[in-house]
Design a binder for this molecule. Structure first.
Ligand code: 3AM
Length: 183
């Protein structure tokens, strides 16, 4: 069995820009910068033969390169309780389109549809144990964050091993995106 997800890896320069945001909330569990990624589709535990089908399906996707601009911070909550803190991504039709193609490809090989609406983000921290007022103040203070735009030329199938401290994510396969035509 493999635990898999499809995501955009982030280049080291962007990881260090984002890492500059970490800190300042007592009780927060910050994601190690090596683990930063933008999830396109969480797959979960699947059999190896099915993982092969997933890989084949992803390899058929014809997507286009695009510029990714990370900006702003926000939170996700569960049952009214704030769970995670993230950096958002500027709206980008090429990214949305790519995510849609991945979703369609994975449903075609028999994975159940993702029910959650795609909300592109890079998780910064788990904050379920942090005081709410501190998280709110943090979001207000960092709302204007903007990273240098980065050119995305592939997407990646990652495997994930759950660790005690942090999960270990391993890029298994990279799928190239076609270069944009010169303007
Ligand atoms: O991209 P983020 O950090 O929001 O939380 C996990 C992480 O999300 C999420 O998949 C990404 C890579 O691990 N994840 C983990 N378990 C999940 C599950 N059961 C899940 N997403 C949905 N359902």
């Amino acid at each position: 069995m493999l635990r898999l997800f499809v995501a955009l890896a982030l280049p080291p320069e962007i990881r260090s820009e984002v890492a500059g945001l970490a800190g300042g909330i007592p009780g927060a569990k910050w994601v190690p910068p090596d683990n930063y990624h933008l999830t396109l589709r969480f797959i979960g535990e699947i059999e190896n033969w099915r993982a092969q089908e997933v890989d084949d399906a992803l390899a058929m996707i014809r997507g286009h390169a695009f510029d990714l601009s990370l900006r702003g911070v926000g939170t996700f909550d569960k049952a009214g309780r704030i769970q995670s803190l993230w950096v958002g991504a500027e709206r980008n039709d090429t990214l949305t389109h790519l995510q849609g193609k991945i979703e369609t490809a994975l449903q075609r090989v028999g994975l159940p549809p993702e029910r959650k609406r795609f909300s592109p983000h890079v998780t910064l921290a788990r904050v379920d144990r942090a005081p709410l007022d501190k998280v709110v103040a943090y979001v207000q203070a960092h709302n204007l964050f903007r990273a240098t735009p980065v050119s995305v030329q592939h997407f990646t199938l990652f495997s994930s091993r759950l660790g005690k401290e942090a999960s270990v994510y391993t890029p298994e396969v990279e799928y190239d995106l076609a270069a944009r035509a010169a303007a």
